[in-house]
Design a protein around this ligand. Structure first.
Ligand code: DP6
Length: 347
């Protein structure tokens, strides 16, 4: 695909993407510059936790602008967005691009600490490429979103999503694919309960925690070595609709990832007391016969994989823990969607 700068139609587009929770975690990179994961991962895209992003290329602007939930941002967040827009310009064949106005809002309160780079960069990749007149197929869109954030590569797709590690040096085979569509995942009855804890935003950003684990943890190599087997088993469990097996692998993957992070020097600790209580509550529910498995990410919030028949009871049990502010049941979510596209302020 190539075109001279003058033939690129720089316009505007709006896209939406949902966040996702990894069942088999991504924690480590094989190439930092291209943001290539050291191993594959598996996730569930979630309904209801949506980022909506508008990109408008505008020849009158002299710098990229980012407005996040109504607040103008500066510094690193803008730089990360500019880098993805530069990649889009290269794909569109434009040697130079107009600067862009990017406006992004989350459907969920940012204060809840669930604001996610996954939904943000998936929505940006789709809105930005749409505004540059590109119609990228899902694998190319996923590669683009991955350059913004590894987990964003998965939010391009809906339902149950498999992220391929890839082997190519240029990373073009490192993209996500849909393992179960949203309809298949819903028909199976998968649910994710998300319990937001009262502790504030995460102290160590995922990229930093991941890097420190990779550089200093004596358990990092063992963690990465374990992922391929877990991923293959989780894929089989999904295809066989075997929730207990998938749940077991989900909990193991989360705890192995955190074990590698805990052993970093200095330690990368995302758990708070309430996170551990959440893990214990999930174990007790399971002992009493509820199909539910614990997971958590680069923050203290508690997430639990369960099924449609038990989701409300799990949400109530986690919601009743001291230190949990709120809990909600999430259904499997849809792929990223282009909402509008058209000509905007021209270059
Ligand atoms: C714990 O995708 O945020 O949520 O690629 O550096 O932006 P970068 O990392 P990011 O890491 C996500 C880490 C995780 C596990 C997961 O989502 O797989």
């Amino acid at each position: 695909m190539s075109a001279s700068t003058s033939t690129v139609r720089w316009g505007r587009a709006v896209a939406e993407a949902r966040t996702n929770i990894a069942l088999v975690k991504y924690w480590g990179k094989r190439d930092a510059a291209l943001n290539l994961p050291a191993a594959g991962s598996l996730s569930l895209t979630l309904d209801g936790l949506v980022t909506r992003t508008e990109v408008r290329f505008d020849g009158k602007l002299n710098e990229d602008r980012l407005v996040l939930n109504g607040k103008a941002e500066t510094g690193k967040p803008v730089t990360r967005i500019s880098q993805v827009l530069d990649l889009i310009a290269a794909l569109a064949g434009g040697r130079e691009r107009p600067r862009a106005q990017v406006e992004s809002t989350n459907s969920f309160p940012t204060a809840a600490g669930l604001a996610s780079s996954a939904s943000a960069f998936a929505a940006l990749a789709l809105a930005g490429s749409g505004a540059a007149g590109l119609q990228l197929p899902p694998p190319a869109l996923s590669v683009l979103a991955r350059r913004g954030s590894g987990s964003a590569a998965r939010s391009v797709l809906g339902g149950v999503v498999l992220m391929n590690r890839g082997t190519a040096a240029d990373g073009l085979d490192s993209h996500a694919e849909e393992l179960l569509s949203i309809d298949e995942a819903r028909a199976w009855g998968l649910r994710m309960v998300v319990a937001v804890t009262s502790e504030g935003p995460k102290e160590t950003l995922s990229t930093d925690g991941m890097n420190r684990t990779q550089e200093t943890s004596p358990y990092y190599a063992a963690w990465i070595k374990s992922v391929d087997g877990d991923l293959a088993a989780a894929r089989q469990a999904v295809l066989a609709r075997d929730l207990p097996r998938l749940g077991e692998l989900t909990e193991q993957s989360c705890l192995s990832m955190h074990a590698s992070a805990l052993a970093a020097r200095p330690a990368v600790v995302y758990f708070r007391g309430v996170t551990i209580e959440g893990h214990r509550a999930v174990q007790q529910l399971r002992k009493a016969g509820t199909p539910v498995w614990f997971t958590c990410d680069a923050g203290p919030h508690i997430k639990a994989l369960t099924d449609a028949a038990h989701a409300d009871a799990v949400a109530a049990a986690l919601g009743a823990l001291p230190g949990v502010l709120s809990s909600r049941v999430c259904l499997p979510g849809a792929p990223a969607q282009l909402i509008e596209s058209g000509s905007g302020a021209a270059a």
